[in-house]
Design a protein around this ligand. Structure first.
Ligand code: 5GP
Length: 189
């Protein structure tokens, strides 16, 4: 059995990475979707071990100290999120393509440690659409909106670091584009 390829999906805040990953989990169980560890609290409906491994700060420290994290980062300045290395390695060794849905800092770490991975940038159809998705709820004040937009501008500029870009016009189409890339990688081995 030949080793499968690792894919990393990243992109700006509010582009819809989480939605694409969730649809992937539902529709393509043949692809291994990494379950991250996080120190944040579960949201209603989130299941421990399915959406995330919800861990304490102490447990997260232990995973990092023992070298069990493929990458990890502080996201939105608050909580830590990381990819447990073991299950990803197992999937790849078993010939099953694996997908990480992580932030840009994490993607850069994987680029260092596993440069053979395929890096996919999920992009909004337009800047205006990203602004709509970011500030659409209208719950943030002016300063917070400006801060988010400045971050989004920087994040969009990271596209050139990636191997492939997928434009997220519609979730189903974005998932199928991603799956086509991943399945191709198995046939081309
Ligand atoms: P949320 O708290 O909304 O589920 O996720 C917040 C952000 O954390 C998203 O941008 C997501 O891509 C990122 N994220 C989720 N898991 C990981 C991970 O294992 N590593 C890194 N670096 N980022 C992650």
């Amino acid at each position: 059995m030949s080793r499968a390829k690792l894919f990393v999906l990243a992109g700006p805040t509010a582009v819809g990475k989480g939605t694409v990953a969730a649809a992937m989990r539902e529709q393509h169980p043949e692809i291994y979707l990494s379950v991250s560890a996080t120190t944040r609290q579960p949201r209603p409906g989130e299941v421990d071990g399915v959406h995330y491994h919800f861990v304490t700060h102490e447990e997260f420290d232990r995973l990092v100290d023992e070298g069990q994290m493929l990458e990890w980062a502080v996201v939105h300045g608050i909580n830590r999120y990381g990819t447990p290395r073991g299950p990803v390695e197992e999937a790849l060794a078993a010939g099953r393509p694996a997908l990480l849905e992580i932030d840009l800092q994490g993607a850069r770490q994987v680029r260092e440690s596993m440069p053979e991975a395929v890096f996919v940038f999920l992009k909004p159809p337009s800047w205006e659409e990203l602004v709509r998705r970011l500030v659409g709820r209208g719950t943030e004040d002016e300063e917070e909106r400006e801060r988010r937009l400045a971050t989004a501008r920087q994040e969009l500029a990271a596209e050139s670091e990636f191997d492939v870009t997928i434009v997220n016009r519609e979730v189903h189409a974005a998932v199928e584009e991603l799956v086509a890339l991943m399945v191709d990688s198995v046939h081309n081995e």
